[in-house]
Ligand binder design. Sequence first.
Ligand code: ATP
Length: 323
Amino acid sequence: MNKIAVFSSGGDAPGMNACIRAIVRSAIYNGLEVYGIRRGYSGMIKGEIFKMESSSVSNIIQRGGTILKSARCKEFTTKEGRQQAYDNLKKFGIDGLVAIGGDGTFTGANIFYEEFGIPTIGAPGTIDNDLYGTDYTIGYDTAINTAINAIDKIRDTADSHERVFFVEVMGRDSGYIAIPCAVGGGAEIVMIPETKTTISKVVETLRTGWSRSKTSFIVIVAEGDEEGTAVEIAAKVQKEIPQMDARVTILGHVQRGGAPSAADRMLASQLGIACVEGLLQGQACVMAGIVNSQLVYTPFIDTISKVKAINPTMSRMIDILSV
Ligand code: ATP
């Protein structure tokens, strides 16, 4: 292997830049030529490929987002699109790829390898932490710290005005972000897709709280909760308790940005190096991850198909701590 290329794809996450830096520098350290591809698979198809040097990644470890940009690319799901991507990679003589992204990105890489045989190793870059094969994904730690920071501020105003705040955090399919936000933010209730929390349970918890002289509440809602969005849930609860003084805050894309935490910089650097070393060892179609403090390479097929289940005792913690 002489020339490798790196790209970021899917939703951006803080720490992607630290990972790009680690990939570029460890490639150079190992005597490889390294190229960057802009806008994920879209740039591969359009030929947005450029040579990177050690200096290309100076002064980026502390920056959120991704200097390589990210994109969703429908064209790559077609054979013609992937053929175009392959032709471009061949033009540059690229014989190995490192993809920073989530399960969609790895699904594409798996198909691409089956068709064209260019080995790809993945680094888990997503704030969702829902990828099988790693305890933590790059960006997750920063995202939950950003959210908790916002929740602390919301609590100040909730407490002053004796209000109930419904705070929506990211998590279409999982409560990985909602649970630590609820525990760390001192919330009274958490609503996540994995467990059923009914509106009557929310009403009961609020009434019990008021009877115990609690005057403000934080309800954390993962955006994919089965009862609906935070706006919808707040409206349903308001119907049951018309006198409730409630507000809704949607944290949204704030959770995606900002300087990566120390933990994310470490993880991104470690996994970036592991991706390059994995390619040099002849690995293909695997994701580098950390499980129980050990570096592991998990086949893409497992990261795509297996579910990383949330620890059910986590929701219980909120019941205990909000008594
Ligand atoms: P996140 O978890 O942050 O959403 P992701 O990697 O899962 O990240 P996706 O948008 O699902 O993000 O996938 C990124 C890109 O991977 C897609 O835009 C598409 O180009 C490619 N991709 C996804 N699924 C396939 C597929 N079945 N075949 C080919 N390419 C795919």
